[in-house]
Design a protein around this ligand. Structure first.
Ligand SMILES: *Cc1c(COP(=O)(O)O)cnc(C)c1O
Length: 334
């Protein structure tokens, strides 16, 4: 069944060998607070400690390392909500290439300046990732740069899948994996790896209820557009692309369930991460914890929770720690 999918365990194993030494093998740590709450072991995969602050370095590194010499010399380009841009900037520089990154105006300033600092050429265009994507396609056509998309690309999905391999190695009896979900590159790769090694394990995608593109697409039976709104989980924003080639099919085939969360639930997840686990986590990174706390996960353990990123403006993080549940409510209602 999985052999027919665009990315399988073989590609993920190749990716793991290719990116070894360029990305960190992040720890999976036992959470006593969550384990006590669930009555089964709960492990946190601390991928927010990855170089550049998110798992996106795995896919970006695998994609850049898959390029020919000529392609690397021309440079890579992407539209990104932030973490993919950071990762691609770092991965390109590490291999002697250069990344041009397009972003929409919705992307927070801290992410923009970070990516510039990593050596990328950053350009701000439009009000949505789809508009940024149009600019990318123009540059590819006009200057022959190589596009490395944030999720819908076999090399990117295979790179993200290496996280799933590590989880099964670090928690061999894992029964449930909680994966933050947006475009589905992480969920597709992790599910492909986990289910190849452990077919009985459940893989559950988790996202915010504000503009859940993959969930809406799975329900429609094909990729659909959803409106974008500002959210605490800004890294989960953006569509899946109407001409999605890789992640929609894989998520449809491999995910057991998709759970949606409110802003208040995501905020509670971030506060738990900080107060109980002593971890600074961005909204998107906290959704696995948030889903457990919200009672949205049927408990079947051991449970592995992917903490996917930590790139949040610290002023915003502070406001959430001080009890704000929905800093973007006004903008979302407008
Ligand atoms: C990109 C991202 C996600 C979602 O990954 P997809 O592959 O788009 O589903 C989740 N968390 C963080 C921190 C991210 O940067």
């Amino acid at each position: 069944m999985t052999a027919a999918l665009p990315v399988g365990i073989e590609e993920i194993e190749v990716a793991a060998r290719r990116i070894a030494g360029r990305v960190l093998r992040t720890p999976l740590v036992f959470s006593s607070a969550l384990s006590e709450r669930c009555g089964v072991p709960v492990g946190l995969k601390l991928e927010h400690h990855q170089t550049t602050g998110s798992f996106k370095l795995r896919g970006a590194s695998n994609a850049v390392l898959s390029l020919s010499h000529d392609e690397r010399a021309r440079g890579v380009v992407a539209a990104s909500t932030g973490n993919h841009g950071r990762a691609l900037a770092h991965a390109a520089k590490a291999e002697g290439s250069i990344a041009t990154i397009y972003m929409s105006h919705l992307v927070p300033e801290n992410k923009v300046s970070e990516i510039r600092r990593l050596g990328a050429d950053v350009r701000i265009v439009g009000k949505s990732q789809d508009e940024a994507q149009e600019e990318v396609e123009r540059l590819v056509a006009e200057r022959g740069l190589v596009m490395v998309p944030p999720f819908d690309h076999p090399a990117v999905v295979a790179g993200q899948g290496t996280l799933g391999l590590e989880i099964v190695e670090q928690m061999p009896d894992v029964a449930t994996v909680l994966v933050p979900l947006s475009g589905g590159g992480l969920a597709a790769g992790v599910a492909a790896a986990v289910k190849a090694r452990k077919p009985t394990a459940r893989v559950i995608g988790i996202t915010m209820d504000r503009g859940a593109a993959m969930k809406a697409s799975l329900e429609a039976g094909k990729p659909v557009l959803v409106e974008e709104y500002p959210s605490l989980a800004d890294s989960l924003g953006g569509g899946i692309g109407l001409d999605n080639h890789v992640t929609f099919r894989m998520c449809r085939e491999l995910l057991d369930e998709v759970v949606l969360l409110t802003e208040a639930e995501i905020a509670a997840g971030m506060r738990h991460a900080y107060a109980q686990e002593r971890e600074v986590v961005e909204g998107a990174g906290a959704v696995g914890i948030a889903a457990i706390l919200a009672g949205q996960i049927e408990i079947d353990g051991p449970i592995a929770v992917i903490i996917s990123g930590r790139n949040i403006d610290m002023g915003l993080h502070q406001r959430v720690m001080n009890g704000e549940d929905d800093p973007f409510r006004k903008e979302a209602a407008a």
